[in-house]
Design a protein around this ligand. Structure first.
Ligand code: NAI
Length: 266
């Protein structure tokens, strides 16, 4: 099924959570959506939710550069060589002290959250350049604003996505491609169930204990939709995230104190 002149977006991690909600939102706004994910069964459900006429389906592991090339080519075929936006959203988390994470957990977070985003930006650039007014959207996190305990590797990957976005915002201006960096506070998705191997402790429990707010996937999708129409580079999801960004900027010492107290509580 083709885009038939509609605006188009390619979304990674589109089978679940924020990616799926963004796919629904852009389709509802009349866009054609490329649904990409490693989860084939989830993709089928996403396609059914959005309607086969509004999307193309791409089984893709964002770590696989050859896979990116193939799926972007297929998407370009469906859209007549256009891509108005690329949403680099796929990501994973493992929750637990740094030394308790397995080597595989360390590598997977780096490979999916950082290399996967760089792979997408490189594979998608040609179509983005060919599309006037196009946007590259990278999903980082408020974990890219300050270090947090039991999320060391995750924080490292999200700082990297933020840095990559800031640099590409400057570089891609000469191609006419805008760059947006989305930084959600906690959003209610399966990623919050992620513990480290051999541990049943998860992020959701830690958030509840900390008494923090958790936002909906629709709120996150709304920020992503708005970012495409807006001029800013950084977009925070959630009031709690905006407050923490302010604190991280102007009172970094107090955030570190709070985080250290959290780490000591175990
Ligand atoms: P989710 O777990 O609901 O969805 C992630 C999707 O990515 C899944 O469909 C999964 O199959 C897919 N995926 C995982 N590895 C992949 C790979 N190698 N190749 C292709 N697809 C892959 O998680 P959620 O929460 O929707 O996360 C989306 C993004 O938002 C991630 O980058 C995450 O770090 C970020 N984020 C999420 C927050 C939250 O509280 N939910 C807060 C801040 C950022």
């Amino acid at each position: 099924m083709g885009a038939d002149g509609r605006k188009s977006i390619f979304i990674t991690g589109a089978a679940s959570g924020i990616g799926l909600a963004a796919a629904k939102r852009f389709a509802a706004e009349g866009w054609f959506v490329g649904l990409a994910d490693i989860d084939g069964a989830g993709l089928k459900l996403a396609q059914a939710a959005i309607g086969a006429g509004n999307c193309s389906v791409h089984k893709l592991d964002v770590r696989d550069r050859a896979g990116w090339k193939k799926e972007i080519a297929a998407f370009g075929k469906a859209t007549g060589g256009r891509m108005d936006a690329l949403l680099n959203n796929a990501g994973i988390a493992n929750y637990g002290y740094f030394e308790d994470q397995t080597d595989d957990e360390i590598d997977r977070q780096l490979d999916i959250n950082v290399r996967g985003v760089a792979n997408g930006a490189r594979a998608g650039l040609e179509l983005l350049k060919a599309t006037p007014g196009s946007t590259l959207i990278n999903v980082a996190s408020c974990a890219g604003l300050f270090g947090a305990p039991k999320m060391a590797m995750y924080c490292a990957t999200k700082f990297a996505v933020k840095g990559l976005s800031e640099a590409l915002d400057i570089e891609f201006e000469r191609h006419g491609v805008a760059v947006k960096c989305i930084m959600p506070w906690f959003v209610d998705t399966p990623i919050l169930q992620a513990g480290s191997q051999g541990s049943n402790e998860n992020i959701a429990d830690a958030i509840r204990q900390g008494g923090s707010e958790v936002y909906t996937v629709e709120e996150a999708a709304d920020v992503i939709w708005t970012s495409v129409q807006g001029k800013d580079l950084h977009w925070i999801v959630g009031k709690a995230g905006k407050q923490l960004r302010f604190a991280a900027r102007f009172m970094p010492g107090s955030i570190r104190k709070r985080m250290k107290a959290m780490a000591l509580q175990g």
